[in-house]
Each structure stands twice: as structure tokens, then as C-alpha cells.
Design a protein around this ligand. Structure first.
Ligand code: GCB
Length: 684
């Protein structure tokens, strides 16, 4: 009998702690899709025979095959079809959530149009409860079209706009009452960090709650914060009454005393924020759980960025969601790879350019403590026309409502380099977006990326501004970085600015000793020049505290079908890492030496393996104090005169044939080494 009593008590305790919860079900619809790259009349109809269509799984996209070869790629419609085996159970609601579809999606279930989403980067969700068939077999058909549309940003830009269902699609099942899923594809819940300090965090929670029934239902809204160990920290309950057939916002305020702050790379501490909808009998009918990082930050026009009241240097990169042989159809594993490289680099910030990135990627940044600049695709050209403004507003609402709870996101960006190609005054449109962002989220600043060609006043619309500048590549010489930074000091509304882009192209198969500034559109983009541009740029940025953050353009090479340069077709090669993520260029290690604590020593120009000049400098990047260099086992001495992690041995002489170059160093007692082989064929 004893064990039985024990079990009974245990079970009763469990019941008390966790009242019956009808958890949501969420199923990813990755497989079983048929796909046709064409417009097919009646493709949403049951009668259509799609047996000859390609079998695909999601994520999936088209256009990359041609774009990455520098060719025009298909911009037009494609169709996806799939069987959905689900029959509606009484008391349940069913939803289809698309994480993105580029650019326009028309979604049909059982031949009926559920709705359309315009804009290639935000999630959207349709309720399908009433459209489900009684048989349990349903036909889901989606027409996706990436034709350039006059109302949809981007109208322009230095990247290829692929088409397709390139992010996951979900079938979500809830109870009758739920946190609304159809409010701009959001979770229906916003945890606004109204006031955060070391003493307390005041959170204003807004929950959109949906009641599809005719009754005025009394319920309880419960918001709770759990610590990283799963212990309840604080909970707040609000009795609410739902109006029949209505989705309405409900509010409550919750205070976390003495919060453990989310402190960037040093300590990205995450609580769990849970909202529940409970019946008056305490049965949970819906639950949304999200990570919560409590932090506060500010930008001082003279001293830079402050996180949780302390100076915090923002240095990092820009990123496109593009991958070799995949285009935008990247997997979670691909994004894990990207975040691992970001962490290795020692970045503290990332600009997710030039559109809304995947929720999964933002979540990785939350966990890694990497701050995020999030943006909408208003790139270069915008139109002052009601339909364009409407779609742009929706893109901004998608971005903010879907991502408002990501602690990593520190600013909402409204545009990039708007001004080029704009024939009408864009100020009103941009100001409207600025107001919209502030209304949606009063806790975060707005931001934008500006360029020299831009109308000067647009830079003063958002709260913060970033400048895209390219001395040493498009502009003047790399030596002009300091001057270019200085002359922008007063261009923002509140003073100070970020460098939202800077960089240079590099083909890691092209090398030049003592490189000269190449022609950007030419076929010669030596790796050594990119590294030199970054050495100069970083020194100038670092010396100016009014530059509150900087972003290298770009972490990865990415496909641009219209580029034919640097000896490779269809590529913007300004990445610190190649598009397949296999090669970290020299410049990657330059930043690693400056930003990362992970001890290493790295010989630059290592791929410059076939040599014809016997006399050469050897340059090492390292975050160790005193690296030593050897050629064919002979020490060339230790150097302790490095600046910004750059150590140079001048005028060394290679022997004919193979030369083994080795470097060694120590950091924190840890031995470090690197080696490569250079072959001198015709010494001069
Ligand atoms: C820019 C743009 C970015 C381009 C970059 C470049 O200023 O904002 O989209 O890719 O320059 O590499 O030219």
C-alpha cells in the first residue's frame, strides 16, 4: 500500500501545480508538397491532376539557380499543393501559419480562397476551422508569386528576390478561446518593457484574445515570469470577460523585482514569459510561452551605446538570409552555422538586412546575447502612392508585432538608402512609418540606413541613424574613413550615429602583394585589399566614441544576379566568409583579433600559395601579445608591436620551392599555432 499512497499524493500535488492545460498543438508541414513553377489554371481545384508536379519539401524557393550564376532569374508565379489530413474536432480551432512567402501568397483550402498576403518576409496566418472538410481530407493549394509588384518593397536593391515558401508552414490547433493568431501573424501577446532598471522591471502585457462564440465568456488572463531554472518569479491574474465573436486586447502590468538582466554577450539571461487563458475553474485553455530578456539601453551622442547603464561597444556585421545552392530556403541548421560564426567573430550586434529575417534567427540572437537591428525592405526606391504605403505599413506591422518580444532587437529600421531614384518627396511616407513604429512600440527607437546620395533630412526622421560608407571601395581612398566619420557627427536627430555598412569585396582565390585599390566592377578583388580596408576603417571607427555602433557589410558573400565582378558571376563578395560558409577570409580574423577573447593566431595571405616574389612581408592576426614567426623552422623573431591585433614582419625572404610558414603564440598560458605553405617558383 505504501507506494500507492505515495503515488496518489504525488499525483494530487501535480494536479494542484499544473491544472489541466489544453496545450496548443503545432505541426510543421514540411513534407508532401507538389510544386509547379508556372501559373496553372484551376491549380486550387480537386480535379486537377498534379501527379506530374515536382515533389518538394519546405523550406523551398526558386530563382537561386540562375541568380547565383549571374543570370536573370524567374520572377513569376508558382503553385504548391498538399493534402491536409485533419478533421475538425468540436471545441477546436485550426490555423495555417506561414512564416513567409515571397512575394505574394494566395492560400486556398478545399478550393476556397482563405486570403492573400503581400510582402515576402513577414509571417501570416489564416483560420481554417470552417473550411475543413467533414471527410478529413483537405486540399491546400498556395499560389506564390515573386513578380515585381509596384506596391511591394523592395522595388530595388542589391540582392535577388527569390520566390516560394522559403520558411516553414504550420498547422496550429487551439481551443475555442485563444490568444489571437491572425493579428499580423503575431503571437497575440506583447510584453512591453516599459521601465527596466537594476531594481525592477515593469512589463506591460497586451494580449489579443479571440472569442469565436456567441457567449460573453468570463475568463482569467494570467501572466507569469519564470526564471531560467523554471522557478516562478512573479504572476499576475486579471479577470476578463470576452465579448461574443470578437477579438480584443486585454492588458495587465507585471513587475519583476531585482531582475537578472539580459546583458548582451556577457550574460544573455533569459526568463520565460508565459501568458495563459484560464477558465474560472482554473483550467488553462491557451498558453503562449516566450523567452524574456530584461534590459535597458540608450545611445549617448558623445559616448556611444549603453546597455543596462554600462558602456557597451556595438561592433558587428550585416547579414542576408542567403546561402549557396539554397537561396533563401535555409534551414535551422544553416542559421545555427551562421550564429556560430557570429559568435566566433566576437560580434556584439547584427543588422539583419534588408528585410524581416526568420523568427528562429532572432531567437538565436536572443540566446547568444547579440543585439539586432531589424528592418523592412524599403531599399533605395520607394513610391509615394497609397497602395505602396499601405503594403509598407503592413510590412512594418508584421515586423514589429511578430518580433516585439525578442530582447535582442534594439531598433526598428524604416528604410535603407531611400533617396536614390526617388522622384517625389519621401518625407511624409517615412514620417508616417516612424509614427507607426512609435505607436506600436514606444520602448524601442526607430533607425534607418542612410547614404551620401540621400536627401539630408530623411536621416533625421528616425531616432537613430546609420551611415553606409565605402571609402577604399566605392568612394575615395581608405584613408578618408576618419574624415567621412567626422563630417557626419551632426547628421542624426539626437547626435552620434552608427556605421550601418562599410567594407570591400574579396575573392579569396585572388591575391596581391602590397595591393592597390581595385575597381569595384572589375574582375580583380584581391583578398589582401579587403583586409587592409578593414584595418583602416576599424581604427577610424574605434577612435570615435560618437560612432555608437558599426556593421561590416557583410558577414557572408551573397548572390546578386546583376553583379559580374571579382572573377565570379552573380556575387556580392564583400563577405568576411564565403557564401557556402566554408572559407573565412583574412578580414574575418582581423575582426576576431579585435573582438573575440578566444585565443588564436592566424597567418594572413595563407591562400596566396603560389609566389613569384622572394621578398615578402608576413602579416599575422592574433589576440595574443607576442606571436613568433618561423620560415622553414627558422625563427623570424617575436613581435610585440602589434596594433589592433596586426603583427607584421617586413621584407622576409622566401626560399625557392616550398616554404613552411608557421606562427606560434601563447595567451593565458594556452599555446597557439598556425601554419601554411607558400611555394616560390620563379624568384626575382
Ligand atoms: C549598399 C547597400 C547594400 C549593398 C552594398 C554594396 O550601400 O545598402 O544593399 O549590397 O551597398 O555592396 O554595394
Amino acid at each position: 500500500m505504501r507506494p500507492l499512497i505515495f503515488l496518489t499524493i504525488g499525483f494530487a500535488l501535480f494536479l494542484h501545480l499544473a491544472p489541466r492545460s489544453q496545450a496548443r498543438e503545432n505541426q510543421r508541414l514540411d513534407d508532401g508538397w507538389r510544386f509547379k513553377l508556372d501559373d496553372v489554371a484551376g491549380a486550387e481545384k480537386n480535379g486537377l491532376d498534379a501527379a506530374g508536379w515536382a515533389m518538394v519539401s519546405l523550406p523551398h524557393c526558386w530563382g537561386w539557380e540562375d541568380a547565383q550564376q549571374g543570370k536573370n532569374y524567374y520572377r513569376g508565379p508558382g503553385w504548391y499543393r498538399r493534402e491536409l489530413n485533419v478533421s475538425a474536432q468540436p471545441g477546436k480551432r485550426y490555423f495555417l501559419r506561414f512564416e513567409a512567402a515571397s512575394l505574394v501568397a494566395d492560400v486556398y483550402l478545399n478550393e476556397k480562397l482563405l486570403g492573400q498576403h503581400r510582402g515576402g518576409f513577414g509571417a501570416f496566418c489564416f483560420e481554417i476551422t470552417k473550411q475543413l472538410s467533414d471527410t478529413g481530407t483537405n486540399l491546400l493549394a498556395v499560389r506564390v508569386d515573386n513578380t515585381k509588384a509596384p506596391d511591394i518593397a523592395p522595388l530595388d536593391g542589391d540582392f535577388s528576390v527569390y520566390g516560394g515558401l522559403y520558411r516553414p508552414v504550420h498547422l496550429i490547433v487551439t481551443d475555442e478561446y485563444n490568444f489571437a493568431l491572425t493579428d499580423h501573424g503575431s503571437s497575440g501577446v506583447a510584453w512591453l518593457q516599459t521601465s527596466v532598471s537594476k531594481e525592477q522591471a515593469v512589463l506591460d502585457v497586451t494580449a489579443q484574445i479571440s472569442n469565436p462564440l456567441t457567449n460573453h465568456q468570463p475568463l482569467r488572463l494570467v501572466a507569469s515570469v519564470f526564471d531560467a531554472a523554471g522557478k516562478l518569479v512573479v504572476s499576475q491574474t486579471e479577470p476578463i470577460t470576452l465579448t461574443s465573436h470578437f477579438t480584443a486586447p486585454f492588458f495587465l502590468s507585471i513587475t519583476v523585482p531585482q531582475p537578472h538582466l539580459w546583458n548582451g554577450r556577457k550574460d544573455p539571461y533569459l526568463y520565460q514569459a508565459v501568458v495563459e487563458l484560464r477558465t474560472t475553474n482554473d483550467v488553462a485553455v491557451d498558453r503562449v510561452e516566450q523567452p524574456l530578456g530584461l534590459r535597458y539601453y540608450s545611445v549617448d551622442p558623445d559616448k556611444g551605446f549603453f546597455l543596462n547603464g554600462e558602456p557597451y561597444h556595438l561592433h558587428g556585421v550585416d547579414r542576408h538570409q542567403d546561402f549557396m545552392n539554397k537561396g533563401w530556403a535555409i534551414t535551422e541548421a544553416d542559421m545555427d552555422t551562421d550564429i556560430a560564426l557570429l559568435k566566433e567573430l566576437g560580434a556584439t550586434v547584427i543588422r539583419c538586412a534588408h528585410y524581416q529575417h526568420s523568427d528562429y534567427f532572432y531567437s538565436l540572437c536572443d540566446r547568444a546575447g547579440i543585439l539586432v537591428w531589424a528592418e523592412i525592405p524599403q531599399v533605395n526606391t520607394i513610391r509615394i502612392a497609397p497602395e505602396f504605403e499601405n503594403t509598407s505599413r503592413n510590412q512594418l506591422l508584421d515586423l514589429i508585432r511578430q518580433n516585439i518580444n525578442h530582447p535582442a532587437i534594439f531598433a526598428w529600421s524604416l528604410f535603407n538608402e531611400v533617396g536614390n531614384g526617388v522622384t517625389e518627396d519621401p518625407h511624409r511616407e517615412l514620417q508616417n512609418l516612424n509614427n507607426l513604429a512609435h505607436g506600436e512600440d514606444p520602448t524601442r527607437p526607430t533607425i534607418a540606413g542612410a547614404s551620401v546620395m540621400q536627401l539630408p533630412q530623411t536621416a533625421k526622421i528616425p531616432d537613430l541613424i546609420g551611415w553606409n560608407i565605402y571609402p577604399g571601395w566605392y568612394g575615395g581612398s581608405k584613408e578618408t574613413y576618419g574624415r567621412e566619420l567626422d563630417r557626419r557627427q551632426t547628421t542624426s536627430r539626437h547626435g552620434g550615429f552608427g556605421v550601418s555598412e562599410y567594407g570591400a569585396g574579396a575573392n579569396p582565390a585572388q591575391h596581391e602583394q602590397n595591393p592597390r585599390q581595385p575597381k569595384p566592377t572589375g574582375q580583380w578583388h584581391p583578398e589582401e585589399w579587403q583586409a587592409e580596408v578593414h584595418e583602416t576603417a576599424w581604427a577610424a571607427i574605434k577612435a570615435r566614441p560618437f560612432v555608437w555602433g558599426s556593421f561590416v557589410w557583410c558577414l557572408f558573400d551573397f548572390a546578386v544576379n546583376t553583379r559580374h565582378e571579382g572573377g565570379v558571376e552573380g556575387l556580392n563578395d564583400k563577405g568576411l566568409v564565403t557564401r557556402d560558409r566554408q572559407t573565412k577570409k583574412d578580414a574575418f580574423y582581423f575582426y576576431k583579433a579585435n573582438w573575440s577573447d578566444e585565443p588564436f593566431v592566424y597567418i594572413t595571405s595563407r591562400r596566396f600559395a603560389e609566389r613569384t616574389n622572394a621578398v615578402t612581408d608576413v602579416k599575422i592576426y592574433s589576440n595574443a601579445a607576442e606571436p613568433e614567426l618561423f620560415i622553414n623552422g627558422v625563427s623570424q623573431g617575436k613581435r610585440s608591436d602589434g596594433t589592433n591585433g596586426v603583427f607584421i614582419w617586413k621584407n622576409l625572404t622566401l626560399a625557392p620551392g616550398e616554404n613552411k610558414i608557421t606562427a606560434s603564440a601563447q595567451r593565458n598560458g594556452q599555446p597557439l599555432a598556425d601554419a601554411c605553405v607558400w611555394k616560390l617558383s620563379t624568384p626575382r
